[in-house]
Design a protein around this ligand. Structure first.
Ligand code: 0WD
Length: 254
């Protein structure tokens, strides 16, 4: 049967099979969940379709979080397909590559606003839509990074955005807690994904984590997926407003 038997959820942010969201999706499906995925535009549609087939996932359509009409359509699609949902995963972030290098102080107004809209506001926007179609006791999960807590090289405006995202987790946990809906984040260690490839000197960050973390290695999307499974399942029913580090323990030394 599995930990997630009878549970249905929406997972946003699968770009390819190395995406953290894919690791979470696989863990959920392997444990009995039924899931829906979205894709961002036609280019990603082709990559997401075979992954959805592999997972037996429903495709809820195109989702660009800067376009509210696409979010409306996705949530209508999910409501029509599943009725209610039990969990929603938000694994979406974006900042101009040019600004994930150099100094934070040089961030432009336009990229600051865009980074905040896509990487922070989208989670709140999605949480409000999710609440409307979520069973009591549901679970919301987002992805963050240690750059929210400490200055990490090149993370710049994304670190400021992740700090705001982590604060959002706490406020949303209070807003939705009355219905038993939980809101948590995983702070993942660095993983080589499409999004990460935009960060300057990412290989150095990976090596630094490998040498300095207590476990002396980096983490995999599968490991983040297994921790996600805990936060999305009833095993964590007493946990909300939490930022859970899945980073080989790097945060205790870094
Ligand atoms: O080291 C890492 N890779 C870490 C990533 C360490 C700690 C945290 N994270 C976070 C990221 O900041 C992000 O929030 O994990 C989350 C997932 O990132 P990822 O798995 O590293 O990256 P990737 O595989 O590139 O997925 C990012 C998703 C893509 O998915 P879809 O299929 O939806 O296109 O974010 C998407 C991007 O396309 N995305 C958007 N989706 C909707 N609307 C938008 C947008 N405007 N912009 C980016």
């Amino acid at each position: 049967q599995g930990l997630m038997a009878g549970k249905r959820g929406l997972i946003l942010g699968v770009a390819n099979n190395r995406s953290i969201a894919f690791g979470i999706a696989k863990a959920c499906v392997d444990n009995g969940a039924e899931i829906a995925l979205t894709y961002q535009g036609e280019a990603f549609k082709k990559r997401v379709e075979p992954l959805a087939a592999e997972l037996g996932a429903h495709i809820a359509g195109h989702c660009d979080v800067t376009d509210p009409a696409s979010l409306d359509a996705v949530f209508e699609n999910v409501a029509a397909h599943f009725g209610k949902v039990d969990f929603v995963v938000h694994a979406i972030a974006f900042s101009d590559k040019e600004e994930l290098d150099g100094r934070y102080v040089d961030t432009t107004r336009a990229n600051f606003n865009r980074t905040m809209e896509i990487s922070v506001f989208s989670f709140t926007d999605i949480a409000r839509r999710a609440e409307a179609i979520m069973n009591d006791g549901g679970s919301l999960l987002t992805l963050t990074y240690y750059g929210a807590e400490k200055v990490m090289p090149h993370y710049n405006v994304m670190g400021v955005a992740k700090a705001a995202l982590e604060a959002s987790v706490r406020y949303l946990a209070v807003d939705l807690g009355g219905r038993g809906i939980r809101v948590n984040a995983i702070s993942a260690g660095p993983i080589k994904t499409l999004a990460a490839s935009g960060i300057g000197d990412f290989r150095y960050i990976l090596k630094w984590n490998e040498y300095n973390s207590p476990l002396k290695r980096t983490v995999t999307p599968e490991e983040v997926g297994d921790s996600g499974l805990y936060l999305l399942s009833d095993l964590s029913r007493g946990v909300t407003g939490e930022v859970h580090h899945v980073d080989s323990g790097y945060h205790v030394v870094g």
